[in-house]
Design a protein around this ligand. Structure first.
Ligand SMILES: [Cu+2]
Length: 342
């Protein structure tokens, strides 16, 4: 009789997963001894979630690591100028390179990155802008950038791999408005995407959207032991980051989350909100029609804009409604605060 293969969770509990980069005190150890998270140096204003019963990682990321809290609200509008026609021109420099990233304290993953980070920068523009993206490949494999949206065939990034130390300029007009994404489209695509070559791509409507506290959440996962399955799940790369560093929002104020699923290997990922419902604008391409719900499932490449306003103060979880993903890192907390009276 063949032994049943050890499950991903069993592996993490035993602390044996991710042997390629799992340090003592990493994710495995965290599951063996869940305890109160230590406050993050320099991040005291974010506060830490007070529950001592959460399943979270122990320890902190190395100084200088990718900061998911900063990434949440970092939108890259590019270098802005105007063409002779008056059309807005946004120019970007994107470099692909190879870099070890920390996906949980002490758990490293040998990533391929756009501009040194996973996800890559959140590209943001307005419908009708001209985008000019100079892409340089400093990696050892061929790569490309495939933007979702409407553009000419020769700007699609699917048939023109950019080889090592070569550049390519993608240029097209931004359309349609909505929430899109970009990713490498070089074969084998699942490996190139999973390694980290992806990012969010927001095209705002010309008239904009109502004022809101905005944030970007890219649902991703990491196969840290290269067995074709993810051992770590997250939004914005770092397991449990927003559980250890809750996202402060104000009661009664509109929140807009741009949520993109790039998770490889699993057919679906999902987003579930506690203590509230959100208005679900699939792909963000329609300003009027929405679904009012608290859970949305997405396949890889699907994305949605979620809008919500909290009625009650306090900590509220958000997480994948695949419980396994939530327990392997894809779980966070909104800390809803009263708005001080003026
Ligand atoms: Cu690639």
């Amino acid at each position: 009789m063949v032994d049943r293969p050890i499950s991903r969770r069993d592996a993490l509990k035993a602390g044996v997963a991710g042997t390629a980069g799992l340090a003592a005190g990493g994710l495995g150890a965290a599951f063996a001894s869940p305890g109160p998270p230590a406050p993050a140096p320099g991040q005291g204003t974010q506060g830490t979630h007070e529950s001592h019963h959460d399943m979270v990682t122990v320890g902190q990321l190395a100084p200088g690591s990718f900061d998911p809290t900063a990434f949440l609200t970092r939108f890259d509008g590019g270098q802005v100028s105007r063409l002779p026609s008056g059309q807005v021109l946004r120019e970007y420099e994107i470099v692909a390179d190879e870099r070890e990233i920390e996906v949980a304290p002490g758990v490293y993953y040998p990533a391929w990155t756009y501009n040194g980070q996973v996800p890559g920068p959140t590209i943001r523009c307005t419908e009708g802008d001209r985008l000019r993206v100079r892409f340089t490949n400093r990696g050892s494999h061929a790569h490309s950038i495939h933007f979702h949206g409407i553009h000419p065939a020769n700007m699609d990034g699917a048939f023109e791999p950019v080889h090592s130390n070569r550049s390519f300029v993608y240029e097209f007009d931004a359309e349609p408005f909505g929430l899109h994404l970009y990713h490498c489209h070089t074969v084998p695509i699942k490996r190139h995407i999973h390694k980290g070559l992806y990012g969010a791509f927001i095209i705002d409507p010309r008239a904009g959207r109502p004022p809101a506290q905005e944030m970007v959440m890219v649902m991703n996962g990491f196969d840290t032991n290269f067995d074709g399955e993810n051992e770590v799940y997250a939004v914005n790369t770092v397991a449990f980051h927003y559980q250890k560093h809750p996202i402060p929002i104000r009661r009664g104020e509109l929140v807009r989350a741009y949520v993109v699923n790039v998770t490889e290997f699993d057919l679906l990922n999902s987003f579930h909100l506690h203590g509230n419902l959100f208005r679900l604008f699939r792909t963000g391409t329609d300003l009027e029609r929405f679904e009012y719900t608290d859970t949305v499932a997405m396949v890889q490449g699907e994305r949605a804009i979620l809008e919500f306003t909290y009625k009650h103060p306090g900590p509220f979880m958000f997480h994948a409604h695949q419980s396994e993903f939530a327990e392997l890192g894809w779980s966070g907390v909104f800390l809803v605060r009263e708005v001080p009276h003026a």
